[in-house]
Design a protein around this ligand. Structure first.
Ligand SMILES: [Zn+2]
Length: 157
């Protein structure tokens, strides 16, 4: 079964980084209720709350640097080969679906429509994704963060 996470209120940036990597990650700023939510959905809690340290299914993180945090999670749970950028909505964690160029014509800037052929959208929030400069920077970021990752970066060079 895939390793799934839930980040606490202090780890919003880490949550987004994990989603960028395609890792199933929820966000909760509801304090201790995060434990219930995690148990119900069989998720690992990632937290900076020292009161939760050492409990079952808790990954406690001391550092406040989101990049270091991401590295720690990837290493701890052996996610190096699970990383799939461009597969999950950064805003709401839903799996992205690919969508034809024609159907995004009215939803993206003209320049984007003109210059890109591959699009995906989030069925939940309707946000449209494409492999533009934002995507390329994101991949470069990740590659820099996790030097040993084996995902495809060919289309970014
Ligand atoms: Zn979304």
């Amino acid at each position: 079964m895939a390793t799934k996470f839930i980040c606490d209120g202090m780890l919003g940036k880490l949550c987004k980084h994990l989603r960028i990597c395609g890792i199933d990650t929820l966000y909760s700023n509801q304090g201790i209720a995060i434990l219930l939510e995690a148990r119900k959905q069989n998720r690992i809690v990632i937290t900076r709350n020292t009161h939760l340290r050492g409990k079952d299914s808790i990954f406690f993180i001391q550092t406040s640097n989101p990049v270091t945090q991401l590295k720690m999670v990837i290493t701890q749970y052996n996610l190096q080969n699970k990383i799939q950028p461009f597969s999950r909505c950064v805003e709401c964690n839903y799996k992205l679906k690919s969508i034809s160029k024609e159907s995004v014509k009215d939803k993206v800037p003209y320049f984007t429509y003109k210059n890109f052929n591959e699009f995906a959208f989030c069925p939940q929030c309707q946000k449209v994704y494409w492999k533009g400069s934002h995507y390329k920077n994101m991949i470069k970021d990740i590659r820099h963060l996790i030097a040993n990752c084996k995902f495809q970066i060919a289309d970014c060079e």
